[in-house]
Design a protein around this ligand. Sequence first.
Ligand SMILES: Nc1ncnc2c1ncn2[C@@H]1O[C@H](COP(=O)(O)OP(=O)(O)OP(=O)(O)O)[C@@H](O)[C@H]1O
Ligand code: SF4
Ligand SMILES: [Mg+2]
Length: 364
Amino acid sequence: MQKHAGSMVRMKTVRGSKKADGEPVLQVQDIARFFDVSPPWYQRLVNMDWTPRTLHAVDGIDFEVPRGKTVGLVGESGCGKSTLARVVAGLYPPSRGTVRFDGIDLTTDPHVLDSLQVRARIQMVFQDPYASLNPRWRVGSIVAESFVVHQPDMSRAERDTRVIRLLETVGLGPDAAGKYPHQFSGGQRQRISLARALATNPELLICDEPTSALDVSVQAQILNLMRGLQEELGLTYLFISHDLAVIRFVSDFVGVMYLGRLVEWGTADAIFTAPRHPYTCKLLASVHDLEGARDQREAIAGEVASPIDRPGGCHFHPRCPIANTRCKTEMPPLTESGAGVVRCHAYEEGRLDELEIALQVMEQ
Ligand SMILES: Nc1ncnc2c1ncn2[C@@H]1O[C@H](COP(=O)(O)OP(=O)(O)OP(=O)(O)O)[C@@H](O)[C@H]1O
Ligand code: SF4
Ligand SMILES: [Mg+2]
């Protein structure tokens, strides 16, 4: 079996795409983001024995997103999903690696993202529409802000017409423009966030848990809306969620993250019908459908280790039912699997039957 670095993720992505000739619009290569979590200076003054501490939120992630497709990233709380989203969106500089959008390197030249043309093409939608909409502005002004920034020459009348059209696109009536965010429900506020994001005519939407704060039925409405918008406008999504049912519903490709690394990548079909990594298998054992949503964050036995003090070897080994000595000392490389890549010694050693037995025992 072959071992690969991240480049394999690209090959699998592009080949697995329904539009196989579509070029990737987003290329993430070896992205890492660390945080210095050493004690603050005043504590260092009283404790001379302090040691520097680094939190490895994201460490060596590679993947690509083909134009017009959705890549879903899933993993438990704290595995680095939001940090990765923020690095891709240019909100955090990476500690290592590169992000390319439509061939433009966003990381080596930090000023590229200052360019309004590039900024307009990438938009982010956040989990909490309550926090991300200015409560003192009317919805019309919130949605129109992008026009003011990106197209300052646009007339007031044209702006108003465009705002109404955008609100209609996301299923809101024209009267929404004159109201304030607090006059809307959570689902409607997320529709407003989407209208605001669409105002710049973006190509890539980075969505960080956009439906996690919503009731299950409202969640389904917003996900359907997003799928419709993707078809209509040819949008590409990087979609982050801790919820596998949501990821399954929206994704063409899925990356499974654990403690800052991708442990498995593949087409959504492959991940959901033939998972290879023990962590993915355990996540899937707790999957539900959209109607019966529950929180996957508590679904797996054992605590996720701290990203400040990660277990050696495979980071998942303290929770893995089939870990062996090698797993405790050697980080598994990404290995090509049928429709993706997987980071697991057991897969490479051909002993995944042990996993099946272990999962059956756990289910009893
Ligand atoms: N600005 C920061 N400074 C220090 N540590 C941070 C910072 N931002 C994130 N972290 C840490 O990085 C790790 C990854 O956090 P992140 O928010 O990316 O996880 P997540 O997968 O999005 O989790 P969740 O599902 O809860 O949203 C966590 O341990 C978090 O505490
Ligand atoms: S490398 Fe070892 S510990 Fe890690 S997931 Fe595979 S079998 Fe489990
Ligand atoms: Mg998050």
